[in-house]
Design a protein around this ligand. Structure first.
Ligand SMILES: Cc1cc2nc3c(=O)[nH]c(=O)nc-3n(C[C@H](O)[C@H](O)[C@H](O)COP(=O)(O)O)c2cc1C
Length: 352
């Protein structure tokens, strides 16, 4: 239905408009019992009688399925009432920032269908942490088969000149969002996004010396939830390992590996993309680099870190590769856009 009927029509329209339409539709479907039931009937995942339970407890949080919607799709936290009904065990809302962000100038999204990728140049568009806290607090939790739907929150530095003025201004910006979320008790876990490739001033906090300043500033804030770091995937292993060491020293629970791919040579059809870099690549170009970094992290640290594997999960096989490389949980976005929402339950069933 999605791949052969809906997708060819949707792909005729601007990706950001289609995304807005999906968000609006998803929010509407999540409002009523009957629309949730129909969605679940079409795309849901049900534990079969006598089947193997695929739920997982990670850092004390129980996930009905170990598959999450990755940060960037539900950036304003509107979809937590419907996502459990298409097989997701959780989602990462955001990235949220201290102040609202309009995002970068359009086009913010460009499809590259032959390479099964999207050029993402969103620039952290979101309504700001306070508005998103208010929205999430106003919602009731969704439970299916007695499992709560997990809502993690991704936090990034505001995409503006003010937060990029100095290292301290950047740290203060992260601290504000982290503090507000903890004060309000909103979010089941937090991910600190240090690797957005399209923000004002660049990925400053992916520099080891700056991450080593940011994490102690966050540690001062009382937090009883797990905290993860969203890692870049275009850096050399030495640099990546330095970041892991700092995360270990600061006793954070884990890493999300990883963010968008900045290297256009990973495209199957290079000609599909503009000659110059205009945004990070999602989807297939992320599959191999992220899996490789997950494997290396697991080899180096064993079970020390929770690893959330994300990047180019387009099929059952690529999902399994992430788990085999060492991921405890997986996240996806682009696979769902190219293969349809049915991909989530398909992966869930394959895990049984
Ligand atoms: C439209 C879009 C927006 C994104 N925005 C964010 C974001 O705000 N924060 C973040 O940490 N990652 C963001 N990402 C990166 C994704 O979370 C994910 O790391 C990346 O897309 C690779 O996964 P995928 O191949 O399954 O899409 C975004 C990705 C897409 C496609």
């Amino acid at each position: 239905m999605y791949k052969h009927v809906l997708k060819p029509v949707l792909f005729l329209f601007n990706p950001e408009s289609v995304h807005d339409l999906f968000t609006w539709t998803g929010e509407f479907l999540g409002k009523f019992g009957i629309t949730r039931w129909v969605t679940s009937f079409m795309y849901g995942y049900r534990l079969p009688k006598g089947g193997k339970d695929i739920s997982k407890t990670v850092d004390g949080i129980s996930y009905r399925t170990p598959i999450l919607l990755s940060a960037g799709f539900d950036y304003n936290g509107r979809l937590s009432q419907i996502l459990p009904f298409i097989g997701f065990g959780g989602e990462e809302v955001g990235s949220v920032t201290a102040r609202p962000c309009e995002g970068n100038p359009k086009p913010r999204l460009t499809r590259l269908p032959q390479s099964k990728s999207i050029i993402v140049n969103k620039g952290l568009r979101n309504e700001g942490v306070d508005a998103i806290i208010a929205r999430i607090k106003g919602r009731r939790n969704i439970n299916i088969e007695e499992k709560k739907f997990v809502v993690g929150i991704s936090i990034a530095r505001t995409n503006d000149e003010k937060s990029a003025q100095s290292v301290q201004a950047g740290i203060d910006d992260y601290v504000y969002s982290f503090k507000r979320l903890n004060e309000e008790g909103v979010g089941d876990y937090y991910t600190i996004n240090i690797s957005c490739p399209n923000a004002f001033g660049g990925e400053t906090f992916a520099k080891p010396e700056l991450l080593a300043q940011l994490l102690p500033a966050l540690k001062v804030i009382p937090c009883i939830k797990p905290v993860y770091i969203k890692m870049p995937i275009n850096i050399a292993w030495d640099h990546f390992a330095q970041l892991l060491k700092i995360i270990d020293d600061n006793k954070l629970q884990g890493v999300v590996i990883g963010n968008l791919n900045k290297d256009y040579s990973w495209l199957d059809v290079r000609e599909e993309a503009p000659k110059e870099y205009v945004g990070g690549l999602s989807g297939k170009p992320c599959t191999h680099p992220s899996t490789d970094l997950i494997r290396k992290t697991k080899e180096m640290y064993g079970n020390r870190f929770t690893i959330i594997g994300v990047g180019g999960i387009m099929s059952i096989e690529t999902a399994k590769e992430k788990f085999e490389a060492g991921a405890d949980l997986i996240q996806l976005i682009t696979g769902m856009i190219y293969e349809g929402p049915g991909l989530v339950s398909k992966i869930a069933r394959s895990l049984e």
